[in-house]
Write a protein that binds this ligand. Structure first.
Ligand SMILES: Cc1ncc(COP(=O)(O)O)c(C=O)c1O
Length: 282
C-alpha cells in the first residue's frame, strides 16, 4: 500500500477536536479543547504519525532500502515504526538499547519482530554512540524518539487542523512536537517537560529558535516515567469525567499542568486553549 492510500484508508484524519468543560475554567470564560490525535490510529497514534510521515515520504521518493531508528525496549516510536513499515511493505531496522535483550524479551519486542523489524540489541555504551551498523548505509535514519527536521515539519499539518486559539499545550519528550507546533503556529505554545532534559531541549532551541514556545519544567514529578499516585489519580479522574484516556508519562503531566496553570491564574480570562492529545495510551 502506498502512503497516501494508507493515510486515507487506515487513519482517522483530520483528527477530531472536542471541548471539555469544568467549572474551574468555564467560570473564567476560558475554553479548553482537546485535539484528539490519539484517535488517529490504535498504534500509529498521537504524534507518531505526524513525526514519521515525512520520513516515509522521503523513503518513497528516493532509492533508500528502508528506515532505521533507535530506541529502548519499550519505545513507542520504534513500535509505531515497525507497525507502519509492515503495513507499507517498507523494511525497518531498530537499534535497541540493551545487549541483554532479545526479540522475546517483552511483548513489544516480539510484536515488532513479528512485524518484520530487524532488531539489533546493543550495549548501553555503544548505543550512546548512535552508530549505524554496516549494511544499512542507504537507509533513512531517524534519530531516537523520532526527533529531526522532518518530524518538526510534520507538525505543519497538525497546526493546519487547529482552529484559532490563544495557547496550544503539548507534552515534551524529545521536543520535536512542541518545536514543530511553534514553527507553524503564531500564538503561545506551552510545552510541558516530562523528562529531566531541559538542557537537551535548550540545545535544540539554539538550532530551532522558537520565541513563542514556553517550556515549563515544573511538572516532571521526579524520575522519568515514575507513576506517582497523584498523577495516576489525576489520569483516572480525567478519564472518568471526560471519557478520554490519558497516561501519566506524557499527556497526564501535560493536562495536569494545564489545569494547574488555570487554577494558579497563569491563563487570562476569556482565552481559548487547545491541548494536543499526543497518544501513548496502551
Ligand atoms: C505519547 C507521547 N506524547 C508526547 C511525546 C513527546 O513528543 P516529542 O518527543 O516530540 O517531544 C511522546 C514521545 O515521543 C509520546 O510518546
Amino acid at each position: 500500500m502506498d502512503i497516501a492510500n494508507f493515510e486515507f484508508n487506515a487513519l482517522h484524519l483530520p483528527s477530531p477536536i472536542e471541548e471539555i468543560y469544568d467549572e474551574c475554567w468555564n467560570s473564567k470564560g476560558i475554553q479548553v479543547f482537546v485535539k484528539r490525535d490519539d484517535l488517529i490510529h490504535p498504534i500509529i497514534s498521537g504524534n507518531k504519525w505526524r513525526k514519521l510521515k515525512k520520513y516515509l515520504q522521503t523513503f518513497s521518493l528516493n532509492t533508500h532500502s528502508g528506515l532505521l531508528s533507535f530506541g529502548g525496549a519499550y519505545s513507542n516510536h520504534l513500535y509505531a515504526l515497525a507497525y507502519v513499515g509492515n503495513s507499507l511493505g517498507i523494511a525497518t531496522v531498530g537499534i535497541v538499547r540493551g545487549d541483554e535483550l532479545y526479540p522475546a524479551s517483552n511483548a513489544y519486542l516480539s510484536q515488532m519482530n513479528e512485524w518484520g523489524m530487524q532488531m539489533h540489541f546493543i550495549s548501553r555504551g555503544t548505543y550512546r554512540e548512535k552508530q549505524i551498523p554496516e549494511g544499512y548505509e542507504d537507509y533513512v535514519v531517524i534519530a531516537e524518539g523520532g526527533f529531526g527536521e522532518l518530524a518538526i515539519q510534520g507538525m505543519e499539518e497538525l497546526v493546519s487542523e487547529i482552529p484559532a486559539c490563544d495557547h496550544i499545550y503539548t507534552a515534551i519528550g524529545t521536543g520535536a512536537t512542541a518545536i514543530g507546533i511553534a514553527q507553524y503556529y503564531n500564538g503561545t505554545v506551552n510545552g510541558i517537560l516530562t523528562l529531566n532534559n531541559k538542557t537537551e531541549i535548550e540545545d535544540h532551541l539554539k538550532f530551532y529558535p522558537r520565541p513563542n514556545l514556553m517550556i515549563d519544567d515544573q511538572y516532571i514529578f521526579g524520575k522519568y516515567a515514575k507513576q506517582t499516585i497523584l498523577l495516576d489519580q489525576f489520569c483516572e479522574e480525567f478519564r472518568t469525567k471526560y471519557n478520554i484516556a490519558i497516561e501519566p508519562i506524557y499527556t497526564g503531566r501535560m493536562f495536569y499542568a494545564l489545569v494547574d496553570h488555570i487554577k494558579n491564574g497563569h491563563i487570562a480570562p476569556n482565552t481559548k486553549l487547545v491541548a494536543i492529545h499526543t497518544g501513548g495510551v496502551k
